[in-house]
Design a protein around this ligand. Structure first.
Ligand code: PEP
Ligand code: MN
Length: 402
């Protein structure tokens, strides 16, 4: 629904469904609306996945990150699949991310907090709502929580029952994570599918706050952070800490308005800004933005996602990223912060424990364009493989002080 009348600060009256009156971006079109309603009421009664205490703990860590006392490693798959929801796979994913965190912690001599893109990262934003193959168009694949990847009419139709499957898998996954490790391991996903997010959001009886109990933290994507978007409206009402992706076209003044909307009381530990400008972008833009926002008097921490600004298509048709671009954006971002008397408090990565061939380059074991077809598994964005992710942490540790 278009909402040109909406003026941000006039909207004090948030409620759990107020997002429906704003611009609905990136939402699927369900044909079976009675099944959707039935499914949503089941979700509304479902058990919580995370606890309020854990969320408050992460908020405290985010506020420490703001002061430079701790570092955040947010990492995992671009999108999880229902198929990969097994104890063994979750164990391998978690162990790999924890091993990266340990390596990083030793190198930077700072506590590293781990936030997985896991236990709920099932929805994907798309640039095009339809996909066309041989002159035949079907709804684009939007992640396992919405439809199936197979290119046929049945699979591509958004299916409300997938919402329940995604919830059950997320619950199982986080329960396994708690079994696997004694480490504090937080879970996160993009706040994208608002029917899902809002039905797992509940008001606490004693603190009188609305909390999304499906993850400790959620992030607002680059494509949905418009001030009039339903996503912003939904997120401004919940008390979980929130990540905000910022690409090279971010307008500083709009970001200030966004921060005031999402964190009107300017609470420390509430917002993590995640820049994803791309290595080819003019560093001056990033520098100006950091400088401008750091002088706004608003509270937030800075992370860098060196993945999403560096995707491109190879001549042989693979969506890939070059390791050199990834490490370079990360180091440059770190240096820009240092130069401005600011500091980088986190890294946001797409990676896997598997030996996939999705990103080009590397440090110890370089891949080229022709290697991509050997083991390209991602149906979404290309991930750093096991060795590339270890290399990235090693190079970041080595180069950041040079
Ligand atoms: C993502 O994190 O997978 C993603 C789509 O990111 P962005 O919104 O920054 O493009
Ligand atoms: Mn991605």
């Amino acid at each position: 629904m278009k909402s040109d009348k909406i003026k941000p600060y006039l909207f004090e009256n948030w409620h759990i469904k107020s997002w429906k009156d704003f611009d609905l971006l990136q939402q699927p079109n369900y044909l079976n609306s009675s099944l959707l309603l039935e499914t949503l009421s089941t979700l509304r009664c479902a058990n919580k996945i995370v606890t309020e205490n854990e969320i408050n703990q992460l908020k405290y860590f985010f506020s420490e990150a703001e002061k430079g006392n701790i570092f955040i490693l947010q990492a995992g798959d671009c999108a999880e699949t229902f198929e990969s929801c097994s104890f063994e796979d979750v164990k391998l994913r978690v162990e790999h991310i924890l091993s990266l965190a340990k390596k990083l912690e030793e190198a930077i001599e700072k506590k590293v907090i781990v936030v997985g893109r896991i236990a709920g990262q099932y929805a994907k934003p798309r640039s095009e709502p339809f996909e066309t193959l041989n002159h035949f168009s079907l709804p684009a694949f939007r992640g396992d929580i919405i439809n199936g990847i197979e290119f046929n009419e049945i699979q591509r139709q958004p299916d409300p029952l997938r919402l329940l499957k995604a919830y059950e898998n997320s619950k199982k996954t986080y329960d396994w994570i708690k079994e696997i490790t004694n480490h504090i391991f937080f879970i996160s996903h993009e706040a994208l599918l608002l029917d899902y997010e809002s039905n797992l959001t509940h008001k606490t009886t004693y603190s009188d706050q609305w909390i999304n109990f499906s993850a400790h933290t959620l992030w607002l994507g680059e494509r949905t952070r418009d001030l009039k978007s339903a996503h912003v409206e939904y997120l401004r009402g919940i008390s979980n800490p929130i990540g905000i992706k910022l690409g090279p076209n971010a307008n500083y003044h709009e970001i200030i308005s966004l921060l005031k909307l999402l964190n009107p009381q300017n609470i420390s530990g509430k917002i993590n800004l995640i820049t994803r400008f791309g290595n080819k972008n003019n560093n001056l833009n990033l520098e100006n933005m950091i400088h401008f926002l750091n002088h706004s008097g608003l509270c937030f921490s800075w992370s860098c996602d060196p993945m999403h600004g560096n995707s491109y298509k190879t001549n042989n048709g693979f969506k890939t990223r070059n390791f050199d671009d990834i490490i370079s954006e990360l180091i440059e971002t770190h240096k820009i912060h240092n130069k401005l008397g600011s500091f980088l408090s986190g890294i946001h990565l797409e990676l896997t424990y598997k030996n996939v061939t999705e990103c080009i380059g590397g440090y110890k074991n370089k891949l080229n364009e022709y290697n991509l077809s050997e083991n390209f598994q991602s149906f979404c964005d290309p991930r750093l493989n096991k060795q590339q992710s270890l290399d990235l942490i090693e190079l970041f540790s080595l180069k950041r002080n040079l």
